[in-house]
Design a protein around this ligand. Structure first.
Ligand code: NAD
Length: 293
């Protein structure tokens, strides 16, 4: 059967490295600071934000927490971002998405100083990534790459299929795998014969949001399978979290496989903190402790 790619363990390892890096920066009088902005009361967003703040405090970061009411105007949010851009002790700014409908998320993302854009969503970072220039890289695809590299260092020539073309996962992951000399197929809801496309993958990434979409017989024997999906379903009368991959079937075929939960999820938060350290080092002219993935 497939070996499990343990995202919880990989994230714990990264957190340990982050703690050392943060301590090192603190000794130079430059504790990295992360500002987290939440507008409104979306329950999932509140959970994500709480986790991000808790993990950042655990790792020794300075944490700045801004919780604003749903009624916050776009211009008030933009002036908060301007203040955070100018604040010397803030290295990373994260505005939790989605934002309320009356606020233009694109405008808000573009207002963040690209050097502090630890989500990697600013057009300058998106463009730099696709040019192969230094960039802050979106956390979920960065986490996927670190997990893939933990089982296979040399990806040159490998065929990679990503299912899901979102701006936050599929598109940036395409760039990262291209940088590793993979041959990429970016599949989506309009792809013809998705099973056939998936069967060609040495590395298969599912980022769709449909429980069990990827079946066992869609997987090439021995493939590395990364399941980004987070789906809440009810099974045998209980709420359960599952991914986009039929886990039990995939385990019989794949070479290595991430579980849900305990795969990509924990790596996403760890990569947010990694980006904050990266941003702090760049802003302060200190060498980064991390090789760019
Ligand atoms: P999205 O809704 O923005 O994009 C979904 C993509 O899937 C689209 O490109 C669409 O074309 C494609 N798609 C939809 N139905 C399809 C089908 N039947 N066949 C093939 N492709 C199909 O989603 P997103 O924001 O990229 O998130 C995807 C999933 O990943 C969600 O379950 C989300 O919760 C999860 N996610 C997890 C993390 C994490 O930290 N683990 C982070 C981000 C997103």
């Amino acid at each position: 059967g497939a070996s499990l790619i343990d995202g919880t363990a990989a994230a714990a390892q990264l957190h340990a490295e982050l703690r050392v890096a943060v301590q090192d920066l603190t000794e130079r009088g430059a504790t990295p600071g992360l500002a987290v902005v939440l507008v409104g009361k979306d329950p999932a967003s509140s959970v994500y934000v709480r986790n991000k703040i808790r993990k950042s405090v655990d790792a020794g970061f300075r944490s700045f927490h801004h919780e604003l009411p749903t009624s916050t105007s776009e211009s008030d949010l933009l002036s908060l971002i301007a203040r955070l851009n100018a604040a010397p002790d803030v290295d990373g700014i994260l505005v939790q998405l989605p934002l309320p409908d009356h606020i233009d998320a694109r405008k808000v993302t573009a207002a963040i100083d690209p050097a502090k854009d630890v989500d990697g969503f600013h057009p300058v970072n998106v463009g730099s990534l696709s040019l192969g220039a230094p960039a802050l890289i979106p956390c979920t695809p960065l986490g996927c790459m670190l997990l893939i590299k933990s089982v296979r260092k040399d990806l040159a020539g490998a065929s990679a299929v990503i299912v899901g073309r979102s701006n936050i996962v599929g598109k940036p992951l395409t760039q990262l795998l291209l940088r590793e000399d993979c041959t990429i197929t970016l599949a989506h809801s309009k792809t013809d014969d998705l099973p056939l496309v998936c069967r060609s993958a040495d590395v298969l990434v599912a980022a769709v949001g449909r429980p069990g979409l990827i079946r066992g017989d869609w997987i090439k024997p021995g493939a590395i399978v990364i399941d980004v999906g987070i789906n809440r379903i009810e099974r045998e009368g209980r709420q359960q979290l599952v991914g986009d991959v039929d886990f039990d079937a995939a385990q019989q075929v794949a070479g290595a496989l991430t579980p849900v939960p305990g795969g990509v999820g924990p790596m996403t938060i760890a990569c947010l903190l990694r980006n904050t350290v990266e941003a702090a080092c760049r802003r302060r002219g200190v060498g980064s402790p991390f090789a760019t993935c």
